[in-house]
Design a protein around this ligand. Structure first.
Ligand SMILES: Cc1ncc(COP(=O)(O)O)c(C=O)c1O
Length: 400
């Protein structure tokens, strides 16, 4: 092992650093951007004389659904404006199909399966683990899904019920799916089954921090392809205003909406309409959301640029990465199968990374070569230290 690297490693170890970059959370300064929400004055009577303090409006206030319709580019009758988190809406969607289904509930289907693009989001994987739905990994490419691999999976597997994907700034590798890729996904999956469900988790719909390639709203693409019956789209304000305290939005066709309504009836009598009105007063249009997100971008962009600069400083001998233009993560791909080793070395120097296994279904990346960097939650000074540690760890593990 290189003596200089070893010396740097020992030096970091002796400094008792404690930096955690495991999760993609906003820093407090980003949360401050929405502080007005905490004190906003609202009227308790909404449109159509709805008293927001009482039960009612299970799909959300009509004005909040119109807002969702503008954000997701889907007709208002196809929108739920919900509560808490988009993961909750995604979970309810899977649960509704599992218990009730369209022609057959998934619980009555032998060995049901779901396609999970990789690398991906650990909480998505957790949903399928909960239901014992087998996950089939599908590689991502720059344009979105590896369509050849998608075709191969469908040709060789029975009872594939659907796919979950993050079409804009995918977590964690940042892909923005092209329109052509999405449309071909519709075509390929529709041929397999008209009931094949495409669950778009559009968590990073508004989260560009650098110029991003054009993308048509996924609901519009589904309309153009005659595929709205296959598509459910979810998004939230968890990283627009407050985590767990924002609004959530879902678009689905009438049949899927009925299923989701049915499951929600037994768990949510109505969403938090007080918060819906508060948000509508704070940020009432898509333009206002985009303007607000510019302020987030100004805070997160320097952090991403610092990571890019640091990663570029060691060239491409040890690995590579793509530069996301939005979202919350960067994925580094090592040339050798050393991801777990890099994580371990970082930990020894006082920097906690997301476990390398977390970004693959069942925690298994056969190539052990991908790591997720989440730069937003810590200060820029801490990030600089974390990246220096990361680079030492990559080089040490590579040279080992
Ligand atoms: C892809 C993806 N979906 C959903 C979430 C969580 O969003 P919410 O709080 O709306 O469930 C995240 C957060 O990390 C995410 O990366």
């Amino acid at each position: 092992m290189n003596d200089l690297l070893l010396k740097k490693y020992e030096d970091f170890r002796s400094r008792n650093i404690n930096i955690d970059i495991t999760r993609g959370k906003p820093e407090a300064s980003q949360l401050d951007l929405s502080n007005d929400l905490l004190n906003i004055e609202i009227d308790h009577i909404a449109e159509n004389n709805v008293d927001i303090r009482n039960y009612g409006e299970p799909l959300g206030l009509i004005e909040a659904r119109r807002f969702g319709s503008e954000l997701l580019d889907a007709p208002v009758e196809n929108i739920i404006t919900g509560e808490q988190s988009s993961l909750l809406l995604s979970y309810q969607t899977i649960l509704a199909h599992y218990l009730f289904g369209k022609s057959t509930p998934w619980k009555d289907i032998k060995n049901p399966k779901f396609i999970c693009p990789v690398p991906g989001f650990d909480r998505h994987f957790q949903i399928f683990e909960d239901f014992k739905i087998e996950m089939i990994p599908l590689p991502l490419v720059e344009e979105g899904l590896d369509l050849k691999a998608l075709g191969d999976i469908l040709e060789t597997h029975e009872n594939v019920m659907g796919i979950i994907c993050v079409p804009r700034h995918s977590n964690p590798s940042g892909e923005v799916y092209s329109d052509a890729n999405i449309k071909q996904m519709f075509d390929i999956t529709k041929k397999y089954s008209e009931e094949f469900l495409i669950l778009f988790d559009n968590a990073y719909l508004f989260h560009d921090f650098l110029p991003t390639k054009a993308q048509t709203p996924v609901w519009k693409l589904a309309e153009e392809s005659g595929s709205t019956h296959q598509v459910v789209v979810a998004t939230s304000f968890s990283k627009v205003t407050f985590g767990g305290g924002g609004l959530t939005f879902m678009a689905a066709d009438a049949e899927n909406l009925e299923l989701i309504k049915r499951i929600r009836t037994s768990m949510v009598i109505c969403p938090d309409k007080v918060n819906q009105i508060r948000h509508l007063k704070f940020i009432a249009s898509k333009d206002a959301v985009l303007a607000h997100m510019q302020k987030h971008a100004a805070l997160v962009r320097p952090k991403f640029e610092l990571v890019y600069e640091k990663l570029d400083s060691i060239g491409d001998i040890f690995g590579s990465y793509t530069k996301p233009t939005g979202g919350y993560f960067i994925t580094y791909k090592t040339k050798k199968p050393i991801a777990n080793k890099v994580n371990q070395l970082c930990k020894e120097m006082g920097v906690l990374l997301t476990p390398a296994s977390a970004i693959f279904p069942y925690g298994h990346n056969p190539d052990d070569n991908l790591m997720r960097i989440a730069p937003t939650f810590i200060t820029i000074n801490e990030l600089e230290i974390a990246m220096d540690v990361f680079l030492i760890a990559v080089q040490m593990a590579h040279n080992d």
